[in-house]
Design a protein around this ligand. Structure first.
Ligand code: C2E
Ligand code: CA
Ligand code: CA
Ligand code: CA
Length: 281
């Protein structure tokens, strides 16, 4: 019995050690990725569901590690967040997103109300220099503030409400748009969010993906859109994959859509081709 106990303990510590080594390994590779510029962005188009005009793009980070190969964001954003590495990574995302929009504007491939939106994590939102960095990048790339948007999750907005409101107001006063990402997956209500200066609600993909199979999800989606409109928010549906989902969202008067039905996230050169094609048709 003693031996088994010792073995279990051994397994337990081995397991912890293994996790720690894996974690430290990832942290080291992430640091290298920053200095070796292994990140790039892809951009997913957003469309108006009424006119089908192109209204914007969401910038999404991609990491190709020489050792690990392609690593999806879900596998490193949390670690980047925990270690603070999300700050330099996030700055890089903002810079690259602004540069991409600048070149689309210069090439006259987009209308002057097309919006570039970036994901902002909790640590990044708390960072004192976030606002001045965004301001600098907009200026450097000649981008009007109304063509830039930040996406925040509900959980970011649930903490320190007073501080959050002050910061959101500062951002909104600059003319930058603010959206709530993954709406419906957290515990906040639209009533709570009503206190916050936010322009746009992004209905989470998990509600859209089971339309039309799940009648519950259809009712929830319809109710969220109707309520959001009553509270003067614009609504984006995420993860639109089928014509049926699109038809349903249009019947709910959802303003914008994003998803594989319209386009996958596109690398820079494919984005140029998409915009050329799109403005031609
Ligand atoms: P998110 O912000 O909810 O981004 C949408 C995700 O859904 C993206 O995954 C996108 O590729 C995927 N997607 C878009 N349309 C469809 C569709 O029709 N069907 C399906 N099945 N998926 C679709 P991705 O790029 O793997 O990003 C995952 C998450 O990683 C993002 O979720 C976001 O939370 C985070 N992330 C990505 N880029 C950044 C970044 O630059 N900064 C931060 N802080 N987080 C990021
Ligand atoms: Ca997002
Ligand atoms: Ca989302
Ligand atoms: Ca997400």
């Amino acid at each position: 019995a003693k031996d088994t106990g010792r073995n279990n303990y051994q397994f337990f510590t081995d397991d912890i050690n293994q996790k720690l080594v894996t974690h430290l390994d990832l942290v080291r590779d992430l640091r290298l990725a920053i200095s070796n510029e292994e990140f790039h962005l892809v951009f997913q188009p957003q469309l108006c569901l009424n006119s089908y005009k192109l209204t914007g793009f969401e910038a999404l980070i991609r990491w190709t590690c020489p050792k690990r190969g392609f690593v999806p964001p879900d596998q490193f954003i949390n670690t980047a967040e925990d270690t603070g590495l999300i700050i330099p990574i996030g700055r890089l995302v903002i810079s690259k997103a602004c540069e991409q929009l600048k070149s689309l504007i210069q090439e006259q491939l987009v209308a002057d109300n097309v919006v570039m939106t970036v994901n902002i994590s909790a640590k990044q939102f708390q960072d004192e220099s976030l606002i001045s960095h965004i301001k600098d990048e907009l200026q450097r790339n000649n981008i009007p503030a109304h063509q830039f948007e930040i996406e925040l999750t509900e959980s970011i907005l649930m903490e320190n409400i007073d501080e959050v409101i002050i910061k959101l107001k500062q951002i909104q006063q600059l003319g930058i748009l603010i959206s709530i990402d993954d709406f419906g997956t957290g515990y906040s209500s639209l009533g709570y969010l009503k206190q916050l200066p936010v322009n746009i609600i992004k209905v989470d993909r998990s509600f859209v993906s089971d339309i039309p199979e799940s009648k519950d999800d259809m009712e929830i989606t319809a109710a969220v859109i109707a309520m959001a409109h009553k509270l003067n928010y614009l609504v984006v549906a995420e993860g639109v994959e089928t014509q049926e989902q699109l038809n349903f969202l249009r019947s709910c008067k959802c303003n914008y859509g994003q998803g594989y039905l319209f386009s996958k996230p596109l690398a820079s050169q494919d984005l140029l081709a998409f915009c050329k094609n799109y403005s031609a048709t």
